[in-house]
Design a binder for this molecule. Structure first.
Ligand SMILES: [Zn+2]
Length: 268
């Protein structure tokens, strides 16, 4: 039998290698500045109508691959750079939350480019973006020492940050402090389904050792099933929402979603 090494399979493997190289070798701030200029051009090769991005409305044959290890197929929207978790969160925010009806004061850590314009349009000056380094953030801050007063924010979004932070418990209690009573947030982190208890070891410091121990060169821990317990210890109530499973199969395919638990926190 002759294996099919057609044009499509070669371009997929080249694209995966390219994505892996960019994510692992280039400084994150450069990627954040330039990725949105490059991916729409690459999107020409993905022309079609097989998938749809609910965040920006674009349609493609499929999405681009993405990932630090073996890039996963059908993940990244070439137009707005949404990933599966962003599309899932967007659907939850627009369908299940009052984010766009209540004009909340929103604190958004490490703001994802796909959301910034939409949140700015909807919330104006009530929308605050924050990060230690990202050129996309309006306020440079350390999440372990948030320079805002108690209860200043109605909503906090913090996705895939806490696994990068030295003292994640302090970061969680800081977010709890600046959230008002009755406020809520979405705080997503990658959780290893094979772990009951979070694995961390501050003596592991080199990128190679962190990649081996925690799954990515800039992660400081590998969260387990006790991740929401850490949020609870900071004072939040936590709902672990398997939102993807509530959606119809055709939507999960069309929006190219993955099962990823949404951790919805509230402050009483
Ligand atoms: Zn998009």
């Amino acid at each position: 039998m002759i294996k099919n090494f057609g044009k499509n399979s070669i371009s997929v493997s080249v694209m995966k290698k390219f994505i892996r190289f960019v994510l692992n070798r280039l400084p994150r701030r450069h990627i954040q500045r330039a990725a949105h200029l490059v991916t729409p051009l690459v999107g020409v090769f993905y022309a079609g109508r097989g998938v749809e991005c609910p965040v920006c409305g674009a349609r493609y044959r499929k999405f681009m691959p993405y990932g630090y290890g073996e890039p996963r197929a059908n993940a990244l929207c070439p137009r707005c750079l949404s990933l599966e978790r962003h599309r899932l969160m967007w659907l939850w925010l627009t369908r299940e939350s009052d984010l766009f009806a209540s004009n909340p004061r929103l604190l958004h850590f490490a703001p994802e480019r796909c959301f910034i314009r939409l949140f700015t349009q909807a919330l104006g000056d009530n929308y605050v973006t924050a990060d230690l380094e990202s050129p996309l953030a309006s306020v440079k801050m350390d999440i372990q020492a948030i320079p805002f007063g108690e209860g200043e924010f109605d909503v906090i979004l913090c996705n895939h940050i806490l696994e990068h932070v030295a003292d994640d418990r302090l970061a969680m209690s800081e977010m709890h402090r600046v959230m008002r009573s009755g406020g809520w947030g979405v705080m997503l982190s990658p959780v290893n389904p094979a772990r009951e208890v979070t694995y961390e070891d501050p003596s592991i410091t080199t990128p190679a050792a962190r990649a081996a121990a925690f799954g990515q060169h800039d992660h400081m821990r590998d969260y387990g099933a006790d991740y929401p317990d850490r949020l609870r210890a900071a004072g939040f109530t936590v709902d672990a929402v398997d939102y993807c499973s509530t959606l119809a199969l055709d939507e999960r395919r069309r929006f190219a979603l993955r099962d990823e638990t949404l951790y919805i926190v509230r402050k009483s």
